[in-house]
Design a protein around this ligand. Structure first.
Ligand code: ZN
Length: 371
């Protein structure tokens, strides 16, 4: 009867299978040694397990015994893996893997948000410390929480949690001049808009917001996390300065101030993730009806210019409304009216808010101005 060379369910030492096969074939170890051209001691070592089955040996045994060429290699690998399963080292790898799947640890270390650690245990405790928790099951204190967590990938979830945590951490260390009251912030809209006329510098706005009790912080986003900012308890207004166009940034700020005035709890601005929420729509409606240029004014302007305003018309309109032309352009674009990018560039819209590289410097400035 032909032998079927099955792989047993339970991992077993290849030497035991070899012995059985030799018995069936009526061969001694010495005979096998002659067949494969090795000393007999070598075959004995395979039988008692001191000689591991390499890929070459598996092929030699396969040819000699009529077994599949990988048969003994598979037996060997399965046997060795079953012996490793209990090892402490694997426990460590598993823990680090869990940690790295939870948050982008390497990036947080690179930024200095978490200090380097020599051991898994130390790294775990630094990650816990960063999140302000004592074990991984605990809820992480944060100024805002994503309302639709299922819409995020596990990377986005971890990166966002870390960004929010760092924002919370920075906000706790930042002092403000005034007390927060939504109605006072509402009354300050003209004053804040005064800072969005000729240029929009987040430092000026942060200083102004401090007078109204708001901790305004610029914090660089994490790689591949398309996050614009967040508002939340404190209150805190955090922006990533990811937007390159000044108009987009201005509209975002107006929108976030809308959230604060309307007393919405923590809100995360992450397109398209937050775009369909009711409160988000309310904040947007508030911004476009209370901040210049209002939606009504833009409607009338577009009507008067037949949806094709000239550069001078946009500049005059923005001047009349005391607002940066970039914001006017952004509001026009959001209505689906097309304006060529060359034309936008002429108005100087590439004058962007400070980008990534200056965020650390920007934060220091803001922290100083907050004291
Ligand atoms: Zn929003």
């Amino acid at each position: 009867m032909e032998h079927t060379f099955e792989i047993p369910d339970e991992p077993v030492r290849p030497g035991l299978i070899l012995k059985k096969l030799l018995r069936e074939k009526g061969w001694t170890e010495k005979e096998l040694a002659l067949v494969i051209g090795k000393p007999v001691g070598y075959v004995r070592d395979i039988s008692n397990g001191t000689q591991r089955v390499s890929a070459e040996l598996s092929v030699d045994l396969g040819v000699a015994l009529g077994a599949p060429w990988d048969y003994f290699a598979v037996l060997e690998t399965r046997f060795r893996i079953s012996n490793l399963a209990q090892s402490d080292r694997l426990g460590n790898i598993e823990r680090v893997s869990r940690l790295f799947s939870w948050v982008p640890v390497a990036e947080l270390v690179r930024r200095g948000w978490i200090r380097k650690a020599a051991s898994t245990k130390a790294l775990e405790s630094r990650v816990l410390e960063f999140f302000g928790i004592s074990d991984f099951e605990e809820e992480i204190p944060s100024i805002a929480r994503p309302s639709n967590i299922a819409a995020l990938t596990s990377y986005e979830r971890g990166a966002l949690t870390a960004w929010l945590r760092r924002l919370t951490w920075e906000s706790e260390r930042k002092s403000v001049v005034g007390q927060f009251e939504p109605h006072r912030l509402y009354e300050s809209i003209p004053e804040i808009m005064g800072l969005m006329q000729t240029r929009i510098d987040f430092r000026d706005i942060a200083e102004k917001l401090s007078a109204y009790g708001i901790r305004a912080i610029a914090l660089e986003t994490l790689p591949k996390l398309y996050l614009e900012g967040a508002t939340g308890k404190g209150p805190v207004l955090g922006v990533t300065l990811r937007k390159r166009k000044v108009g987009e940034f201005g509209c975002l700020l107006q929108h976030m101030l809308g959230h604060l005035i309307l007393k919405h709890e923590g809100h995360i601005e992450m397109t398209p993730f937050c775009s369909r929420e009711k409160e988000h729509d309310e904040a947007e409606a508030f911004a476009t009806s209370h901040f210049s240029p209002t939606d009504n004014a833009v409607s009338m302007f577009l009507h008067a210019t037949d949806d094709t305003p000239t550069k001078d018309e946009i500049l005059n309109f923005s001047d009349e409304h005391g607002i940066h032309p970039g914001i006017t352009i952004e509001r026009i674009l959001r209505r689906g009216v097309e304006l060529s990018t060359r034309y936008q560039a002429k108005i100087g819209l590439k004058q962007a808010p400070p980008g990534k590289s200056t965020i650390a410097e920007l934060n220091r400035t803001i922290l100083r101005s907050g004291k």
